[in-house]
Design a binder for this molecule. Structure first.
Ligand SMILES: Cc1ncc(COP(=O)(O)O)c(C=O)c1O
Length: 420
């Protein structure tokens, strides 16, 4: 399988979808890319772990060091987090079997909402079922007619794109500004009509590259034009800011950003999502977003686990310090070795390989020859020629884990001619 066939195989999905007449499954049998990649042992996705212990895991019977998870504070293993989930499971069961709107809300959801709003210094909060749902619901609920404009960074997360696409179905417009470029944002806002209501949307920490958004610049542009702003801080909570409050606090714009959203599935060691902001705006969203109103609520064990993690994050602040130190150590050492890691300053450290097939081969060598688990990102997950290995670090990685990783990165980097 050549590099071209990998790339064109993905791009070729559109062509396949035009073949096969009325049978929608025809394209699925003609799409053989994943079968070929699997046959060659070059398919990195949907691999099942036998055990996940945080920094160490077992993948298909083989121990690996985990540099591919978002368990930034290492809290999935914390006894209090596990106990909270187990107690909630015993008390309330595995699911509320209903949406927040009707029978799916527990006092537990409200309790966590109050804590989140207080900690983030905002009027109100909503607990969602996933972080993905936060963006689907917030954007489609708020941007619901022809006079609504989503003004978003080009490199926003897929969930933001999908939320805006849902909004577009109701007539809203999508305007994209150059990546992390507040001047371009200013120009786009300048071009809006006076009767158009806009929401500026960006990731606070870009999820693949680990880059921090220029929020002070974007806030300035938003204020200048009198428009509101939403920051998705999935990867900032627990890593940046005082007590892990996140990227807005870190950059001194916590009070200027109107709404901040995120997930329980990273630092908070669970699954679910959160949004904080003005009470009236949140109340509106929870009555105008079908993807929230007609989906089952975040299950009690997940809420309880996230709330326990949220409290531990504020108590055991050494975890925040440690995840930052670990990521800095890796960034510095990888850069010294000659790897290209981009402008990251967070727990996410990309290693740019650029060439697609080499990225997959690099991933395979790390895993099979060295027991190092990382995530390869190739198009369409990243722009063409931007293929990379996404590595991410935890508070619970010890120096010996990091050094084993560095040794492997260096060996494989030299083997593939990425570094000299
Ligand atoms: C920036 C960003 N927003 C939203 C999400 C979705 O969160 P979840 O996976 O918890 O649904 C993610 C997850 O990768 C993310 O990185």
């Amino acid at each position: 399988m050549s590099n071209e066939s990998l790339a064109s195989g993905i791009a070729g999905r559109a062509a396949l979808s035009r073949m096969g007449g009325k049978d929608i499954f025809t394209k699925t049998t003609q799409w053989t890319l994943t079968d070929e990649a699997r046959a060659m042992g070059m398919y990195p996705y949907f691999r099942a772990l036998d055990m996940n212990q945080g920094p160490e895991a077992i993948l298909e019977g083989k121990p690996v060091i985990m540099f591919g998870s978002n368990n930034y504070l290492g809290l999935t293993m914390h006894p209090k987090v596990r106990e909270a989930a187990a107690n909630a499971l015993r008390e309330y069961g595995p699911s509320m079997t209903g949406s927040r709107l009707v029978n799916g809300t527990l006092r537990l959801h409200h309790e966590f909402e109050e804590k989140l709003a207080h900690f983030m210094n905002k009027e109100a909060a909503i607990v969602f079922t996933t972080g993905y749902q936060v963006n689907l619901a917030t954007l489609s609920g708020l941007l619901s007619n022809k006079k609504s404009v989503a003004v978003m960074d080009k490199m926003c997360h897929a969930s933001i794109y999908d939320g805006v696409r849902l909004a577009q179905a109701n007539g809203a417009q999508m305007v994209r500004f150059h990546h992390n470029n507040a001047e371009d944002l200013d120009r786009r806002l300048e071009a809006l009509q006076p009767d158009e209501g806009a929401l500026v949307i960006t990731d606070g920490v870009f999820s693949t590259e680990g880059e921090i958004a220029d929020l002070p610049g974007m806030v300035k542009a938003a204020k200048k034009h009198g428009v509101r702003m939403l920051v998705d801080d999935a990867h900032g909570l627990g890593v940046l800011g005082e007590k892990g409050r996140g990227v807005c606090d870190h950059l001194g714009v916590q009070d200027e950003v109107d709404m901040i959203g995120g997930t329980f599935s990273k630092s908070l060691a669970s699954i679910g999502g959160w949004l904080v902001g003005p009470r009236k705006a949140l109340d509106y969203i929870q009555h105008f977003a079908p993807s929230f109103m007609f989906a089952a609520s975040c299950p009690p064990p997940s809420v309880a686990a996230a709330m326990a993690a949220f409290e531990i994050m504020q108590e055991e602040t050494w975890r925040i310090t440690k995840v930052r130190e670990n990521a800095k150590y890796m960034r510095d050492e990888l850069r010294k070795m000659g790897f290209e890691t981009g402008p990251t300053d967070t727990a996410i450290v990309p290693i740019y390989i650029r060439q697609e097939l080499t990225t997959v081969a690099f991933w395979k060598a790390l895993l099979e020859d060295h027991g190092i688990y990382v995530n390869p990102f190739i198009p369409p997950g990243v722009p063409p020629k931007n293929s990379l290995l996404r590595t991410s670090y935890m508070a619970t990685h010890e120096k010996h884990h990091l050094d084993r990783g560095l040794e492997a990165f260096q060996k494989v980097g030299k083997q593939f001619g990425i570094i000299s």
